[in-house]
Design a protein around this ligand. Sequence first.
Ligand code: NOJ
Length: 782
Amino acid sequence: MKPAAAACSLLVAAMLGCGARPSTGMAEKPSRLPPVRPAASAALSNHAAGRIDRLLAAMTLEEKLGQLSQGRTGSLPPTGPETRKPFDDLLGEVRAGRIGSILSPHGAAHINSIQRIAVNESRLGIPILIANDIIHGYRTIFPVPLGEAATWRPAVVEQDAHIAAAESRAEGTHWTFAPMVDVCRDPRWGRIVETSGEDPFLGAVMTAAKVRGFQGRSLAAPDAVLACAKHFAAYGFAEGGRDYGTVDLSIETLHEVPLRPFLAAARTGVGSIMTAFNEVNGVPASGNRYILRDVLRRDWGWNGLVVSDWESTLEMIPHGFAADEKDAARLSLLAGLDVEMSSTTYRDHAAALLAEGSLQMPLIDQAVRRVLEAKEKLGLFDHPYTDEALAGRVVLSPESRAHAREAARRSFVLLKNGNANSPAPLPIHHEVRIALIGPLADNPRAALGTWAGFGRDEDVVTIKTSLEQEPGVIVHAAQGSNAQSPLSGGIEAVEAAIADSDIVIAVVGETDAMNGEGLSRADITVPPAQMEVLAAARRAADARHIPLVVLLMCGRPLALPWIAEHADAVMVIWHPGIECGPAIADVVFGRAAPSGRLPVSFPRDVNQVPVFYNHKSSGRPFKPHERYVNRYLDQSNEPLFPFGFGLGYSTFTYSAPHISHAATSTDGSVTVTMQVHNTGAAGGTVAQLYFQDPIATRTRPVRQLVAFEPLDLNADETRTVSWTIAADQFAFYSANPGGVDEGWVVEPREIRLFAGGDSTTKASTSLRLTGLRRTGIAPPSP
Ligand code: NOJ
């Protein structure tokens, strides 16, 4: 750190340490954790650091606050209410140096024209930072994040993010508001589609992959963008699964579950983090000093840029935390929130707060410094403009499309394929007449899914188009219904299509407008209009003794007991992106076998929610036919399809785990191996390793994923998988209300390890951890 910056940090720390501090509602305790330094936070050159110092010395307060303000423009609709429209004269604001970043502009030429104003016409010539929500692709759209997670293949997901970064940067975007790293156990929440599902470890692995993919080796490269891990923190734990709802959870769970992917992001060197809309245990995230200062900055040692979500500083007023806009600005700045998205409380009130002594200038300077550092790391001071010829070479290239097809294929999760009474209908062979029914078989927008960047309908190849192109295949298509309402004559059309076919393929589920932000659902079934189509299809298929295959397009786990029972095959295809049709054709016709695994449990019905695999035991665990135990009178405790589950066109057998030593010390490690055998045709699976810590000083979940390995095996091939697991991986968080947290703890205990193909596997072995109980250890990676 430069001396000036160090002095500034000390000053801020001193100011925060001794000044009157507003209550955060959470005990603010000294940490016993060793700080976790981000791996990839490249130090700035002396030249760059000197430039920042000089700029800070030259900036007026108005210019400083400008760097902390983010406006919006462009073709995309606003992603939230616009309390005011302060940025009507956006270019004037840029010229006056009253704005530091802009959300949503599109296209290199347009963005260069804005940049020219910032560089040539503003007083200090500070380049503008251009942000966009590039979540699962810019123009080449990949599966929605829940589908990406279903691949269980970080290499595939990293490449998705890399392509998205290359396309975005070529079109002028420097900063993406991704990855979304929230963990979610409630499928009612519409934004579960943007997550990696219910597991913090899988989420952490996917997070690290995406950060690497977006940021590359150097942010200054023409194919890298600044990533933003969001939404800090615990946004996925909203009460009732209603978006923007209250979050109230233990400090232990906070650290072990929602914070874990953020830690992975910090360790991977993510450049920015976005605060969440929700409160965390009584304190809105955008003013929450515990998570922002104590955890993120102090304990994790992370030094990147924190941005609010859309008007989330302002929303602290209706939360009942900030008295007014001025108070909101004060609380967010003191908490360590650097840049305000869309709202202007900093611009409007910081001067008064400084004048009255509620804030000190070093705090503002530190936030401005982080913005300038991000611009330096992106190379914008030296290369502010985008090569306008680049996009033509990069965007939607054949290689990117090929990867999108691969990513989509890898994301499909086969839940059922025949049973004892009916043969497996998939894969199907050519020379076949297909009745292709359902409202989603030829719906490009639904295939793209929510937050589809700058994806276009015309780029999408639908399932109908692809199946029609298969040689020897005749397609009789009938939509049957709209996604949520019946279609006049729809059922008759379905029956007519089936009357002349050898197999029925129904593409049903959710459109892109049925999940995503602000789209929570209380009823997580396939809508009734589509179920009527399926029931009619089942009857017509039975009359002809032909199979019914259901392809389920969705962005959340759906409750589908009828479908699971009555369809001959069921495959979850999520929202697969632009290569939807070709990927489906590959899998349906057996050119590729499905290899995805569920990143989230699929409940039997919504009344079971939350139902997730890594729950606690209770003092009265479930036992069949007993009354006074943890159970429902009228429903199973178990999901319909568990976390980690998925079928292929082959069957795989998994050995019990084998450990290199029966015991290891609490600061040691052990090598765990298992064999996976493919009993049939070539295909993919995922070897999964779980653990249980049966007796501990804090009760532990019945299972926790600790390692996994995606595999592609030839027919009859056996592969040995080997993992080195540090004892730290078995750690848990121990809070100590009123005292000092123990932090992450690992205890000398017996650990049970389970290996297999999903979270219900029984094959296990025991490992003894010996030696000292260790506290305050570095949290488990990734
Ligand atoms: C609100 C969303 O919560 C966030 O994820 C997104 O990045 C911003 N709007 C900007 O569009």
